[in-house]
Design a protein around this ligand. Structure first.
Ligand SMILES: [Fe+2]
Length: 353
């Protein structure tokens, strides 16, 4: 369930925007690792037999992990969504705005996505290829596949309790390694590291305890030698050209989000004739616009048009603050705030690549 009306308004706008990109993706015929997953969610077919990854992962662990744990995430996700008004959101939307849904949705949407990725990036006979796109990117970012394995192993070993180790594409299209707690992943707005994961290793005890008991490090060594690098290469090439990456980049633009919050909190009441919020917060409004100008504009949005619109916002919000200080009438202030709202949406529009 979405938490409050301001967040809800932001979410609905964001979701609408994501929907536009989803349609564009469909028209252009791209595939995505998040492709076309909607309620009711289904347990994807395991692409190999339960014993296919032995000795790295034993058949019993694989069977329980897939048919009990993953199946439970799917079932619990559907139960959490059913009848709650959130059935309409796609899996990528549930992940992108995970912080705005109940934890049960966040955990089970993450559980479903993460395990679906895990099954697809494991194999014994698809070794690292330095000539592949991801192979070249790994060597560029980490010097060698062994260095990457060391980083992933460390990320997995040092994740306290349950979680995942990730190789992911950052919003500036570089490769990076991180770990996340529980069933979180870098797509989520709750994650401090944002991007699109292309390789995930489950470090919950249910992933290894039957065979490895407390030796998580031995499990990590074995599983990192059972990576399907052809699948990771496919995930990589999809991720770097995915509109989802631009969405995450924009959603991570904290100064824009902060300005959006004060714009929503002042403009919408003014539409109903309530000028109290903007009269009380015009100084803060002006400061947030200045912070937007002084902060780092994400690379995809750093264009002359966006910079010009932000400059207009800064100038206009200073003028608005002066009007408030001089106790201008409601009509004058409302008109100015409306104009600034239009400028803000110009920036939003320019960010819709
Ligand atoms: Fe798991």
């Amino acid at each position: 369930m979405i938490n409050n009306s301001e967040n809800k308004s932001r979410t609905m706008k964001n979701l609408k925007q994501t929907g536009i990109w989803a349609i564009a993706l469909f028209i252009l015929g791209f595939t995505s690792i998040l492709q076309a997953q909607n309620y009711p969610y289904e347990l994807s077919k395991l692409p190999y037999a339960f014993n296919a990854l032995e000795p790295a992962i034993d058949a019993s662990t694989m069977e329980i992990h897939y048919s009990k744990h993953h199946a439970a995430y799917v079932k619990n996700l559907n139960n959490a969504l059913k009848g709650g008004g959130n059935e309409k959101y796609s899996l990528d939307e549930l992940l992108l705005y995970a912080g705005e849904f109940d934890d049960v949705i966040r955990n089970n949407a993450g559980g479903h996505f993460n395990h679906s990725m895990l099954w697809n990036i494991l194999a014994l006979d698809h070794p690292f290829n330095p000539q592949s796109e991801v192979g070249k990117a790994v060597i560029s970012a980490f010097s060698s596949p062994d260095s990457l394995k060391t980083l992933l192993s460390k990320a997995g070993a040092t994740r306290f309790g349950s979680g995942w180790a990730w190789l992911y594409v950052t919003t500036d299209k570089k490769l990076a390694v991180c770990s996340s707690p529980n069933q979180d992943n870098p797509i989520m707005d709750v994650s401090p590291e944002r991007g699109i994961p292309i390789l995930g290793i489950d470090v919950w005890e249910h992933a290894y305890y039957l065979k490895y008991q407390n030796k998580r490090g031995d499990y990590l060594t074995a599983v990192l030698n059972a990576i399907n690098w052809d699948a990771v290469n496919k995930n990589y090439t999809e991720a770097i050209s995915s509109p989802l990456l631009i969405t995450i980049e924009k959603e991570s633009w904290s100064e824009l989000n902060a300005f959006h919050a004060i714009m929503a909190a002042t403009f919408h009441p003014s539409e109903d004739g309530n000028l109290k919020p903007i009269r009380e917060r015009s100084g803060e409004f002006m400061a947030k616009a200045k912070a937007l100008q002084d902060g780092k504009i994400p690379p995809s949005f750093n264009t002359p048009e966006v910079k010009k619109a932000i400059a207009e916002l800064v100038k206009g919000s200073a003028a608005l603050n002066q009007m408030v200080l001089k106790k201008a009438d409601d009509k004058t202030i409302s008109k100015k705030l409306g104009d600034l709202h239009d400028v803000f949406h110009t920036i939003q529009g320019l960010c819709r690549h």
